[in-house]
Design a protein around this ligand. Structure first.
Ligand SMILES: [Zn+2]
Length: 381
């Protein structure tokens, strides 16, 4: 009887939550298929919207149509990794349709290109130079806020003029979940580029979701980075027929050796064929997770209504035999360890939020916390 009343209360409060922005009570990370570039939308459980890069110059229809489908009305924060046109190519178009409310964080400085000049004009007085180790907090009054920390920028102290190496690196934390989104950060000393990954990796630690640096070029995602971060899921954002060879076979081999499951926005250049054991050409990719102090999971949803669910790692030490990854662990064992069977979710919006699952598994404490969060938000809205 008590659970029945709780369920009714959940439905009422959930409707109130859905009415505010596009928050659905979970952290959402949308990796948009923008072609040969990067574009990701973070929506906090209470509906704050952060755009991490936003697509490719002269190809803005992809990101604009995706943002329209999300029915967004504004962007709260813009975080630009660096100034190449495959990352900041649509600032003017996006912000004209979805006004920026708060800061546009970037690495500061300047870059010699018309696209950069358009970016600066579009973000105008919102432009803010990120601070190393600075943290942006979303849902600040929630018991489970979302925190975005800038873990590196401008080469992390290394001397370089390579625009990719200068990328602003961001780590997203929510509950026990951790993701990293850092544009085209580099892991190889080649040309003007420097190895930023090796020194940043240990500060980032284990990752549930890794937005693969530099579209999985052969100069990104080095072994030191993977040893430090051991990502469960890796997102490869690359466009069909690209002339850069992305994703590169070397990069993919390193990810496979690290037992990362990869999801690609597109097939890419054809330099590497997806390995069915590890790789999925997925189109637009949505990752969702609900904070849970006991067992937190995250779901990856993609083309064709398919989805996979994984257990959140938490800050588990990277030692063989623990629940973290072990690099000599058999693939089948890794898959079994990561697979988490959840009760079948209903197709409607209430079912997708999965609170009935929380109740069914007896984790009433989490449900009560969630109600308190929603109630607190309702009073603020
Ligand atoms: Zn790029």
């Amino acid at each position: 009887m008590t659970l029945g009343r709780t369920g009714i209360l959940l439905i009422v409060l959930l409707k109130a939550t859905l009415a505010f922005g596009q928050g659905n009570g979970k952290l959402q990370l949308h990796f948009v298929d923008v072609g040969q570039g990067d574009g990701a939308v973070l929506i906090s459980p209470r509906g704050e919207v952060v755009l991490f890069d936003h697509g490719v110059l002269n190809g803005c229809g992809l990101v604009l149509s995706y943002l329209e489908r999300l029915a967004l009305t504004r962007i709260d924060y813009l975080i630009s990794s660096h100034y190449h046109a495959d990352h900041i190519g649509c600032t003017e178009e996006v912000l004209r349709q979805f006004p920026l409310v708060k800061e546009a964080f970037d690495r500061g400085g300047a870059y010699s290109s018309a696209t950069f000049n358009r970016y600066v004009a579009a973000v105008d007085s919102h432009r803010t130079t990120a601070t190393a180790n600075g943290t942006l907090t979303l849902d600040a009054t929630s018991a489970d806020p979302v925190q975005i920390t800038f873990v590196a920028l401008n080469g992390d102290g290394l001397t370089t003029q390579d625009e990719n190496s200068l990328s602003l690196a961001s780590v997203v934390r929510y509950g026990q979940f951790t993701a990293e989104i850092s544009g085209d950060l580099t892991g190889t000393v080649v040309g003007a580029a420097v190895d930023v990954e090796t020194q940043v990796g240990p500060r980032v630690g284990p990752l549930d979701v890794y937005k693969v640096h530099h579209h999985c070029s052969k100069y990104s995602t080095n072994d030191n980075w993977l040893l430090a971060t051991t990502p469960t899921v890796a997102i490869v954002s690359a466009g069909n027929g690209n002339s850069y060879g992305h994703p590169a076979p070397d990069c993919l081999t390193r990810l496979h050796t690290a037992n990362a499951k990869t999801y690609w926005t597109e097939f890419g250049s054809g330099a590497a064929e997806p390995d069915p054991a590890f790789d999925m050409v997925a189109g637009d990719i949505l990752i969702e997770t609900l904070a849970d102090p006991v067992v937190q999971t995250f779901t990856v949803s993609y083309t064709g209504g398919l989805s996979d669910t994984y257990r959140v790692r938490g800050q588990i030490p990277v030692v063989p035999g623990a629940d973290g990854p072990a690099h000599d662990e058999p693939r089948e064992q890794v898959e079994r360890r990561r697979a988490v069977q959840l009760p079948a979710a209903a197709d409607d919006e209430l079912g997708r939020v999965a609170h009935p699952a929380l109740i069914r598994t007896g984790r009433l404490k989490s449900a009560i916390q969630w109600i308190a969060n929603v109630w607190a938000h309702r009073r603020l809205a």
